[in-house]
Design a protein around this ligand. Sequence first.
Ligand code: UDP
Ligand code: MG
Length: 320
Amino acid sequence: MGDVTRRDTLALVVPIYNEEEALPHLVAEIEAFREGRSFVTEVILVDDGSDDGSSSAIKQLAARLRGYRLVRFARNFGHQLAITAGLELVTADAAVVLDADLQDPLHVVDEMVQRWREGYDDVYGIRKSREGEGVVRRGARHAFYVFFRRFTGVDAPVDVGDFRLLSRPVIDAYLQIGEQQPYVRGLISWLGFRQIGVEYNRPQRVRGSSKYSYRKLARLASTGLTSFSNRPLRYAVRAGVFTSVLSFVGLVWAVTTKILYPETISGWASLIFVGFFFGGVQLLFLGIVGAYIGRVYDEVKARPRFVVTHRWDSSSDEQA
Ligand code: UDP
Ligand code: MG
């Protein structure tokens, strides 16, 4: 399939959330990159409901530049949906998704394009090192990727984010999935196109601070796992069976001691322990079940995945 498609033009897709400070650098870098690379025909910027001046900054910066497009969400729908909205607009033969903070260096795009022209359809960036990210965060992320692979059986590479080149067939296939809360990197791997990695060192963000709070990261991890595996549910059942058997044994033991030694004072500590333990196990697994029900609920409602309030195009400078 990949061999019959054209491999000429390229779009850049950039999700943006409160990046006003980084935007001048971003646009400057993109323009420098486009010099001598006329195949970069589109730059699609998705403002994920920023409440700083990101959108107006883009319009100012790109007003005279070729091929810039902006869509603005009504509110913050999240990084993954911003990427999805950007991909919907791509008309080029491929797209590279990159962060607004220049943590995904443009010089890597050259190598991605080269791989794509060799015939690969999904060329992802592998983070060889990460500057300025705490050990805890880095370790947690790495552990998650390893865990995700093992757990879901999806052939998703480790230490790979959303910085990647997607060919037209991949974009089309991805857009057909239509999940309410897409886990982009997992879904792209799941599609199964010919994929290859390109290593790079991840620099610090150019301006501002990370827009991914720990809460957002945790939510992304949960989305990733629940969208690719029912295993937590099966574990819940197993743990339920195990603790039931255990409690039955405990019951038999308690009754026998009571009968054999009627003078024993029943232990308060063990009772408390059992109460806490089973309470904890039940809450945990109710939580897991809840996470899945939440996903089902979201899908069933079938609401639009995001709401666009504003579109803008650098060539026409029209507003809609
Ligand atoms: N982003 C977004 N919506 C969000 C959070 C982040 O579109 O709700 C964008 C952000 O502007 C950036 C990219 O997603 O372009 C990655 O975010 P960030 O750099 O804050 O994450 P980190 O690099 O710290 O993981
Ligand atoms: Mg970043």
